[in-house]
Design a protein around this ligand. Sequence first.
Ligand SMILES: Nc1ncnc2c1ncn2[C@@H]1O[C@H](COP(=O)(O)OP(=O)(O)OP(=O)(O)O)[C@@H](O)[C@H]1O
Length: 285
Amino acid sequence: MTTLSAIPIHAAQQAPVHGETARAGAPEPIIRVRDLVVGFGSKIVMKGLNLDIRRGEILGFVGPSGQGKSVLTRTILGLVPKRAGTIEVFGEDVDGLTVARRRQIEQRWGVLFQQGALFSALTVKQNIQMPMREHLNLSERLLDEFARLKIEMVGLKPDAADKLPSELSGGMIKRAALARSLALDPEILFLDEPTSGLDPIGAGEFDDLVATLKQTLGLTVFMVTHDLDSLYTACDRIAALGDGQIIAQGTIAEMLESDHPWLRSYFHGKRGRAVVPQGGRHAQA
Ligand SMILES: Nc1ncnc2c1ncn2[C@@H]1O[C@H](COP(=O)(O)OP(=O)(O)OP(=O)(O)O)[C@@H](O)[C@H]1O
């Protein structure tokens, strides 16, 4: 690593923010959702949901299809309006934020949406640099150096920098999109089904990468997933959504003990049973 690689973008570019708590001493949880109600027309998707995302954890978020996992993510990100309830991010109620403060907070999270979302006309390097250009005022030399670091961080070869998304495999696209979500050195990563579309080996490698990044960068990760392997190998805790509320949360061991019918069929059904013997790397976290 070069000396430059040790410089966090935050330190170089972002002035301390009023009321900011230092990263190491921040209060838990990093995100706190209370009594959340979200709906579209007459359809109510969140019915008084409560959830904490704790600093430094990988929280796997599961639940039947169409129950609102993506909607919750998008609501926390401010992309879907809520009807009631509170969302606190980094200890601040998002309802009270000024536009400028909101923008500062948005720089502290990275998002990897399910539909990849790399710009097809831009190279990997240009994709990664896009959030940096939008939020930071860096020289071209620093932009190139930071993009190079992000590419290295996600395990892509340096020559991926100048490739277009169409020249990459599915796994490489996921890694490039992850590199872009890390562009601003976020504290939280939101991953929406990050291993969907990957073969089991590629998915396992991606899970390992996320777990490694969590350790090395001190990230908090909120991961929407249907992937049982991810729950066993990467997640510290799991929260399950059902009928607009959290029906259970805890370690994989605790989820396995749940009597809830959906959780029983999810974890103890045919696919769940197939995964159990190979899992457990993080089961006792
Ligand atoms: N913009 C929208 N307008 C109307 N309804 C919406 C909108 N976004 C989501 N919904 C509805 O909200 C519900 C929850 O959708 P969501 O995509 O969050 O489910 P999910 O749990 O992530 O599903 P999956 O596991 O299949 O990805 C669905 O019934 C969906 O049709």
